[in-house]
Design a protein around this ligand. Structure first.
Ligand code: NDP
Length: 348
Protein backbone atom coordinates (compact mmCIF):
# COMPACT_ATOMS: atom_id res chain seq x y z
CA UNK A 1 0.00 0.00 0.00
CA UNK A 2 1.28 3.51 -0.87
CA UNK A 3 2.15 5.65 2.18
CA UNK A 4 -0.56 8.07 3.24
CA UNK A 5 -0.18 11.56 1.82
CA UNK A 6 -0.55 14.70 3.91
CA UNK A 7 -2.26 17.78 2.50
CA UNK A 8 -1.89 21.24 4.02
CA UNK A 9 -5.13 23.27 3.90
CA UNK A 10 -4.78 26.95 4.84
CA UNK A 11 -7.70 28.75 6.49
CA UNK A 12 -9.09 25.46 7.83
CA UNK A 13 -11.78 27.28 9.83
CA UNK A 14 -13.51 28.69 6.74
CA UNK A 15 -16.88 27.88 5.16
CA UNK A 16 -15.39 26.35 1.99
CA UNK A 17 -12.42 24.84 3.85
CA UNK A 18 -14.75 22.80 6.10
CA UNK A 19 -15.90 20.93 2.99
CA UNK A 20 -12.40 20.80 1.51
CA UNK A 21 -11.16 19.13 4.70
CA UNK A 22 -13.98 16.60 4.47
CA UNK A 23 -13.32 15.81 0.81
CA UNK A 24 -9.61 15.07 1.42
CA UNK A 25 -10.22 13.21 4.70
CA UNK A 26 -12.95 11.08 3.11
CA UNK A 27 -10.56 10.27 0.27
CA UNK A 28 -8.08 8.87 2.83
CA UNK A 29 -5.53 11.71 3.08
CA UNK A 30 -4.08 13.07 6.29
CA UNK A 31 -4.80 16.79 6.53
CA UNK A 32 -2.88 19.51 8.32
CA UNK A 33 -4.96 22.67 8.63
CA UNK A 34 -3.60 26.13 9.31
CA UNK A 35 -5.60 28.28 11.72
CA UNK A 36 -4.82 31.51 13.54
CA UNK A 37 -5.15 30.19 17.11
CA UNK A 38 -5.25 27.04 19.20
CA UNK A 39 -8.86 27.85 20.16
CA UNK A 40 -9.86 27.74 16.47
CA UNK A 41 -7.93 24.50 15.99
CA UNK A 42 -9.96 22.96 18.80
CA UNK A 43 -13.24 23.96 17.14
CA UNK A 44 -12.22 22.45 13.79
CA UNK A 45 -10.99 19.33 15.58
CA UNK A 46 -14.48 18.95 17.03
CA UNK A 47 -16.33 19.61 13.76
CA UNK A 48 -14.22 16.92 12.05
CA UNK A 49 -13.94 14.61 15.06
CA UNK A 50 -14.67 11.56 12.91
CA UNK A 51 -11.23 11.96 11.36
CA UNK A 52 -9.31 12.97 14.50
CA UNK A 53 -6.49 10.50 13.86
CA UNK A 54 -5.69 12.06 10.47
CA UNK A 55 -6.28 15.74 11.20
CA UNK A 56 -3.61 17.98 12.67
CA UNK A 57 -2.99 21.72 12.83
CA UNK A 58 -0.33 24.36 12.38
CA UNK A 59 -0.92 27.72 14.03
CA UNK A 60 -0.17 30.59 11.65
CA UNK A 61 -1.26 33.78 13.42
CA UNK A 62 -0.35 36.17 10.60
CA UNK A 63 0.04 34.91 7.04
CA UNK A 64 1.35 38.34 6.01
CA UNK A 65 4.72 37.65 7.66
CA UNK A 66 7.22 36.36 5.05
CA UNK A 67 8.21 33.18 6.91
CA UNK A 68 4.71 32.55 8.31
CA UNK A 69 4.26 29.16 6.65
CA UNK A 70 7.86 27.86 6.98
CA UNK A 71 6.99 25.30 9.65
CA UNK A 72 3.50 24.50 8.40
CA UNK A 73 4.69 23.24 5.00
CA UNK A 74 7.40 20.92 6.28
CA UNK A 75 6.68 17.29 5.40
CA UNK A 76 3.43 17.80 3.47
CA UNK A 77 2.84 16.38 -0.02
CA UNK A 78 0.37 18.92 -1.39
CA UNK A 79 -1.00 22.35 -0.47
CA UNK A 80 -4.47 23.85 -0.79
CA UNK A 81 -4.42 27.59 -0.14
CA UNK A 82 -7.92 28.81 0.73
CA UNK A 83 -7.18 31.51 3.35
CA UNK A 84 -8.13 35.04 2.30
CA UNK A 85 -10.14 37.73 4.03
CA UNK A 86 -13.53 37.62 2.24
CA UNK A 87 -15.18 40.81 3.43
CA UNK A 88 -16.75 43.67 1.60
CA UNK A 89 -16.88 46.21 4.43
CA UNK A 90 -13.40 47.05 5.62
CA UNK A 91 -11.61 50.07 7.07
CA UNK A 92 -8.58 49.97 4.82
CA UNK A 93 -8.56 48.20 1.45
CA UNK A 94 -4.81 47.72 1.43
CA UNK A 95 -4.33 46.53 4.99
CA UNK A 96 -7.51 44.47 5.25
CA UNK A 97 -7.85 42.97 1.75
CA UNK A 98 -5.04 43.48 -0.74
CA UNK A 99 -1.96 42.82 1.42
CA UNK A 100 -3.21 39.67 3.21
CA UNK A 101 -4.51 38.15 -0.05
CA UNK A 102 -1.37 38.84 -2.07
CA UNK A 103 1.26 38.42 0.65
CA UNK A 104 -0.41 35.32 2.06
CA UNK A 105 -0.27 33.69 -1.37
CA UNK A 106 3.33 34.63 -2.15
CA UNK A 107 4.49 33.71 1.37
CA UNK A 108 3.13 30.21 1.22
CA UNK A 109 4.63 29.59 -2.22
CA UNK A 110 8.01 30.82 -0.96
CA UNK A 111 7.85 28.59 2.12
CA UNK A 112 7.01 25.56 -0.03
CA UNK A 113 9.88 26.30 -2.40
CA UNK A 114 12.32 26.63 0.50
CA UNK A 115 11.18 23.90 2.87
CA UNK A 116 8.95 21.44 1.02
CA UNK A 117 10.61 20.31 -2.22
CA UNK A 118 8.48 17.15 -2.10
CA UNK A 119 5.26 19.13 -2.74
CA UNK A 120 4.13 18.27 -6.25
CA UNK A 121 1.10 20.51 -6.59
CA UNK A 122 -0.43 23.63 -5.06
CA UNK A 123 -4.12 24.44 -5.49
CA UNK A 124 -5.15 28.06 -4.86
CA UNK A 125 -8.78 28.99 -4.16
CA UNK A 126 -9.19 32.02 -6.38
CA UNK A 127 -12.59 33.37 -7.46
CA UNK A 128 -14.87 34.42 -10.31
CA UNK A 129 -13.94 37.84 -8.89
CA UNK A 130 -10.58 37.22 -10.51
CA UNK A 131 -12.25 36.63 -13.90
CA UNK A 132 -15.12 39.14 -13.92
CA UNK A 133 -14.60 42.66 -15.31
CA UNK A 134 -16.67 44.89 -13.01
CA UNK A 135 -16.35 47.84 -15.36
CA UNK A 136 -18.39 46.00 -18.01
CA UNK A 137 -21.51 45.41 -15.89
CA UNK A 138 -23.78 42.47 -16.73
CA UNK A 139 -22.36 42.19 -20.24
CA UNK A 140 -25.35 40.56 -22.01
CA UNK A 141 -24.27 38.25 -24.82
CA UNK A 142 -20.73 37.78 -23.45
CA UNK A 143 -19.50 34.37 -22.29
CA UNK A 144 -17.09 34.32 -19.34
CA UNK A 145 -14.50 31.54 -19.19
CA UNK A 146 -11.20 31.06 -17.39
CA UNK A 147 -9.54 32.92 -20.28
CA UNK A 148 -10.90 36.20 -18.82
CA UNK A 149 -9.17 38.30 -16.17
CA UNK A 150 -10.45 41.06 -13.93
CA UNK A 151 -8.28 44.00 -15.10
CA UNK A 152 -8.47 45.97 -11.81
CA UNK A 153 -5.14 47.43 -10.70
CA UNK A 154 -3.62 47.59 -7.23
CA UNK A 155 -3.58 51.38 -7.37
CA UNK A 156 -7.31 51.78 -8.03
CA UNK A 157 -8.22 49.08 -5.49
CA UNK A 158 -6.07 50.68 -2.77
CA UNK A 159 -7.72 54.12 -3.00
CA UNK A 160 -9.70 55.03 0.13
CA UNK A 161 -12.67 55.98 -2.08
CA UNK A 162 -12.80 52.53 -3.73
CA UNK A 163 -15.52 50.20 -2.42
CA UNK A 164 -14.58 47.12 -0.40
CA UNK A 165 -16.36 44.95 -2.98
CA UNK A 166 -14.18 46.24 -5.80
CA UNK A 167 -11.05 45.90 -3.65
CA UNK A 168 -11.89 42.32 -2.66
CA UNK A 169 -12.32 41.36 -6.34
CA UNK A 170 -9.03 43.07 -7.20
CA UNK A 171 -7.27 41.35 -4.29
CA UNK A 172 -8.38 37.96 -5.60
CA UNK A 173 -7.19 38.74 -9.14
CA UNK A 174 -3.86 40.19 -7.98
CA UNK A 175 -3.20 37.30 -5.57
CA UNK A 176 -3.94 34.77 -8.31
CA UNK A 177 -1.70 36.61 -10.78
CA UNK A 178 1.05 36.69 -8.15
CA UNK A 179 0.80 32.90 -7.85
CA UNK A 180 1.09 32.38 -11.63
CA UNK A 181 3.99 34.86 -11.79
CA UNK A 182 5.76 33.05 -8.95
CA UNK A 183 5.58 29.73 -10.78
CA UNK A 184 6.75 31.31 -14.05
CA UNK A 185 9.75 33.10 -12.56
CA UNK A 186 10.79 30.84 -9.67
CA UNK A 187 10.23 27.52 -11.46
CA UNK A 188 9.55 25.56 -8.26
CA UNK A 189 9.16 21.76 -8.04
CA UNK A 190 5.39 22.06 -7.82
CA UNK A 191 2.82 22.96 -10.43
CA UNK A 192 -0.14 25.23 -9.78
CA UNK A 193 -3.91 24.90 -10.20
CA UNK A 194 -6.26 27.81 -9.54
CA UNK A 195 -10.00 27.45 -8.95
CA UNK A 196 -12.41 30.29 -9.61
CA UNK A 197 -15.87 29.85 -8.04
CA UNK A 198 -18.58 32.54 -8.07
CA UNK A 199 -20.94 32.84 -5.06
CA UNK A 200 -20.63 29.58 -3.14
CA UNK A 201 -23.72 28.29 -1.32
CA UNK A 202 -24.53 25.13 0.60
CA UNK A 203 -24.48 23.67 4.09
CA UNK A 204 -22.72 25.85 6.60
CA UNK A 205 -20.58 23.32 8.45
CA UNK A 206 -17.56 25.28 9.57
CA UNK A 207 -16.88 24.97 13.24
CA UNK A 208 -16.55 28.72 13.69
CA UNK A 209 -19.90 29.60 12.05
CA UNK A 210 -21.73 32.31 13.96
CA UNK A 211 -25.03 33.87 12.86
CA UNK A 212 -23.80 37.34 13.78
CA UNK A 213 -20.72 37.07 11.54
CA UNK A 214 -21.41 34.51 8.87
CA UNK A 215 -19.02 34.13 5.96
CA UNK A 216 -20.03 36.47 3.13
CA UNK A 217 -21.87 34.01 0.87
CA UNK A 218 -23.79 32.37 3.73
CA UNK A 219 -24.76 35.84 5.00
CA UNK A 220 -25.89 36.69 1.47
CA UNK A 221 -28.39 33.82 1.52
CA UNK A 222 -29.33 34.33 5.16
CA UNK A 223 -30.50 37.89 4.43
CA UNK A 224 -33.36 36.35 2.39
CA UNK A 225 -34.56 34.35 5.41
CA UNK A 226 -33.65 36.70 8.26
CA UNK A 227 -36.10 36.31 11.19
CA UNK A 228 -37.01 40.01 10.95
CA UNK A 229 -38.06 39.80 7.26
CA UNK A 230 -41.69 40.00 6.21
CA UNK A 231 -43.19 38.33 3.12
CA UNK A 232 -44.14 41.75 1.79
CA UNK A 233 -40.58 43.13 2.04
CA UNK A 234 -38.90 43.88 -1.30
CA UNK A 235 -36.22 41.42 -2.40
CA UNK A 236 -32.72 42.86 -2.57
CA UNK A 237 -31.05 43.26 -5.96
CA UNK A 238 -28.29 40.82 -6.83
CA UNK A 239 -24.71 42.04 -6.55
CA UNK A 240 -23.41 38.81 -8.09
CA UNK A 241 -25.45 36.58 -10.36
CA UNK A 242 -23.56 33.26 -10.63
CA UNK A 243 -23.41 30.38 -8.17
CA UNK A 244 -21.94 26.99 -7.37
CA UNK A 245 -22.50 24.44 -4.58
CA UNK A 246 -19.87 24.30 -1.83
CA UNK A 247 -19.63 20.50 -2.07
CA UNK A 248 -18.83 20.75 -5.79
CA UNK A 249 -16.15 23.32 -4.95
CA UNK A 250 -14.68 20.95 -2.35
CA UNK A 251 -14.64 18.05 -4.81
CA UNK A 252 -13.00 20.33 -7.37
CA UNK A 253 -10.15 20.97 -4.88
CA UNK A 254 -9.61 17.22 -4.48
CA UNK A 255 -9.71 16.60 -8.23
CA UNK A 256 -7.50 19.63 -8.89
CA UNK A 257 -4.90 18.03 -6.65
CA UNK A 258 -5.26 14.51 -8.06
CA UNK A 259 -5.95 14.81 -11.79
CA UNK A 260 -2.62 14.98 -13.66
CA UNK A 261 -4.05 17.07 -16.56
CA UNK A 262 -5.20 19.76 -14.13
CA UNK A 263 -1.58 20.86 -13.53
CA UNK A 264 -0.87 24.40 -14.74
CA UNK A 265 -4.57 25.09 -15.37
CA UNK A 266 -7.12 27.62 -14.18
CA UNK A 267 -10.74 26.48 -13.74
CA UNK A 268 -14.02 28.39 -13.59
CA UNK A 269 -16.29 26.45 -11.20
CA UNK A 270 -19.88 27.47 -11.90
CA UNK A 271 -23.34 25.92 -12.28
CA UNK A 272 -24.98 28.99 -13.80
CA UNK A 273 -26.72 32.26 -13.05
CA UNK A 274 -29.37 32.84 -10.40
CA UNK A 275 -31.43 35.64 -8.92
CA UNK A 276 -32.61 36.31 -5.37
CA UNK A 277 -36.13 35.81 -6.72
CA UNK A 278 -35.23 32.25 -7.76
CA UNK A 279 -33.73 31.62 -4.31
CA UNK A 280 -36.79 33.05 -2.56
CA UNK A 281 -39.10 30.87 -4.71
CA UNK A 282 -37.11 27.77 -3.70
CA UNK A 283 -37.01 28.69 -0.01
CA UNK A 284 -40.75 29.38 0.13
CA UNK A 285 -41.68 26.21 -1.73
CA UNK A 286 -39.26 23.73 -0.14
CA UNK A 287 -39.06 24.95 3.45
CA UNK A 288 -42.61 25.84 4.60
CA UNK A 289 -41.41 27.03 8.01
CA UNK A 290 -39.62 29.90 6.24
CA UNK A 291 -42.69 31.25 4.43
CA UNK A 292 -43.32 33.97 6.98
CA UNK A 293 -39.83 35.37 6.68
CA UNK A 294 -38.85 35.11 3.00
CA UNK A 295 -39.98 38.01 0.81
CA UNK A 296 -42.43 36.87 -1.89
CA UNK A 297 -41.32 39.26 -4.62
CA UNK A 298 -42.75 38.20 -7.99
CA UNK A 299 -42.72 34.40 -7.89
CA UNK A 300 -41.59 32.73 -11.10
CA UNK A 301 -40.21 35.95 -12.59
CA UNK A 302 -36.65 34.57 -12.70
CA UNK A 303 -34.19 37.28 -13.65
CA UNK A 304 -36.97 39.88 -13.82
CA UNK A 305 -35.97 40.87 -17.32
CA UNK A 306 -32.30 41.49 -16.43
CA UNK A 307 -29.99 40.31 -19.21
CA UNK A 308 -26.71 38.75 -18.19
CA UNK A 309 -23.43 37.32 -19.43
CA UNK A 310 -23.22 33.53 -19.74
CA UNK A 311 -20.81 31.53 -17.56
CA UNK A 312 -19.01 28.63 -19.27
CA UNK A 313 -17.54 26.05 -16.89
CA UNK A 314 -17.16 23.25 -19.46
CA UNK A 315 -13.40 23.02 -18.87
CA UNK A 316 -13.90 22.11 -15.19
CA UNK A 317 -16.67 19.69 -16.06
CA UNK A 318 -14.43 17.95 -18.59
CA UNK A 319 -11.02 17.89 -16.89
CA UNK A 320 -12.11 17.72 -13.23
CA UNK A 321 -15.14 15.54 -14.02
CA UNK A 322 -17.58 17.62 -11.95
CA UNK A 323 -21.31 17.71 -12.59
CA UNK A 324 -22.41 20.90 -10.84
CA UNK A 325 -25.53 20.80 -8.67
CA UNK A 326 -28.61 22.86 -9.57
CA UNK A 327 -29.62 25.86 -7.44
CA UNK A 328 -32.20 24.04 -5.33
CA UNK A 329 -29.76 21.73 -3.52
CA UNK A 330 -27.31 24.34 -2.18
CA UNK A 331 -30.11 26.77 -1.30
CA UNK A 332 -32.21 24.23 0.60
CA UNK A 333 -29.23 22.66 2.36
CA UNK A 334 -27.78 26.07 3.26
CA UNK A 335 -31.10 27.23 4.70
CA UNK A 336 -31.55 24.02 6.73
CA UNK A 337 -28.04 24.34 8.16
CA UNK A 338 -28.68 27.99 9.05
CA UNK A 339 -31.91 27.04 10.81
CA UNK A 340 -29.91 24.48 12.81
CA UNK A 341 -27.39 27.18 13.67
CA UNK A 342 -30.26 29.38 14.90
CA UNK A 343 -31.40 26.58 17.21
CA UNK A 344 -27.88 26.13 18.59
CA UNK A 345 -27.56 29.89 19.07
CA UNK A 346 -30.80 30.07 21.05
CA UNK A 347 -29.81 27.04 23.13
CA UNK A 348 -26.35 28.45 23.94
P1 NDP B 1 -14.43 32.33 5.17
O1 NDP B 1 -14.49 33.74 5.60
O2 NDP B 1 -15.42 31.37 5.72
O3 NDP B 1 -13.00 31.74 5.44
C1 NDP B 1 -11.84 32.48 5.23
C2 NDP B 1 -10.70 31.75 5.88
O4 NDP B 1 -9.51 32.53 5.67
C3 NDP B 1 -10.87 31.58 7.39
O5 NDP B 1 -10.27 30.37 7.77
C4 NDP B 1 -10.07 32.75 7.95
O6 NDP B 1 -9.54 32.53 9.24
C5 NDP B 1 -8.95 32.81 6.94
N1 NDP B 1 -8.36 34.16 6.91
C6 NDP B 1 -8.96 35.30 6.57
N2 NDP B 1 -8.10 36.33 6.68
C7 NDP B 1 -6.94 35.79 7.12
C8 NDP B 1 -5.68 36.34 7.43
N3 NDP B 1 -5.42 37.65 7.31
N4 NDP B 1 -4.71 35.49 7.86
C9 NDP B 1 -4.95 34.16 7.99
N5 NDP B 1 -6.14 33.59 7.70
C10 NDP B 1 -7.11 34.40 7.27
O7 NDP B 1 -14.48 32.37 3.58
P2 NDP B 1 -14.91 31.32 2.48
O8 NDP B 1 -14.81 29.95 2.97
O9 NDP B 1 -16.17 31.80 1.91
O10 NDP B 1 -13.76 31.59 1.41
C11 NDP B 1 -12.62 30.76 1.32
C12 NDP B 1 -11.88 31.13 0.07
O11 NDP B 1 -12.73 31.00 -1.06
C13 NDP B 1 -11.35 32.57 0.04
O12 NDP B 1 -10.11 32.55 -0.61
C14 NDP B 1 -12.39 33.29 -0.80
O13 NDP B 1 -11.84 34.42 -1.43
C15 NDP B 1 -12.75 32.20 -1.80
N6 NDP B 1 -14.06 32.36 -2.41
C16 NDP B 1 -15.20 32.30 -1.67
C17 NDP B 1 -16.45 32.42 -2.26
C18 NDP B 1 -17.73 32.31 -1.50
O14 NDP B 1 -18.80 32.60 -2.08
N7 NDP B 1 -17.74 31.88 -0.25
C19 NDP B 1 -16.56 32.70 -3.70
C20 NDP B 1 -15.28 32.70 -4.40
C21 NDP B 1 -14.10 32.55 -3.77
P3 NDP B 1 -10.33 32.96 10.58
O15 NDP B 1 -11.40 31.91 10.78
O16 NDP B 1 -9.29 32.94 11.63
O17 NDP B 1 -10.88 34.32 10.31
Amino acid sequence: MAPQKTILVTGASGFIAAHVLTSFLEAGYAVRGTVRSEATAEKVRQSHAKYADRLSFAIVPDMGVPDAFDDAVKGVDGVIHTATPFQIQVEDNERDLLRPAIDGTVNILQSIKKYAPQVNRVVVTSSFASIFDLSKGNRPGYTYTEADWNPATYEEAAKPTTSGGFAYCAAKALAERAAWDFVATEKPNFDLVTLCPPMVYGPNENATADLSKLNTSSADLYQLMAPTNKPTDPLPTNGFWSFVDVRDVALAHLRAYEVPEAGGERFFLCRGNFSYQMMADILREKIPELRDRVPIGKPGSGFGGVELYKPDSSKAQKILGIKFRDLEEPVVDAARSLLELEKKTVAA
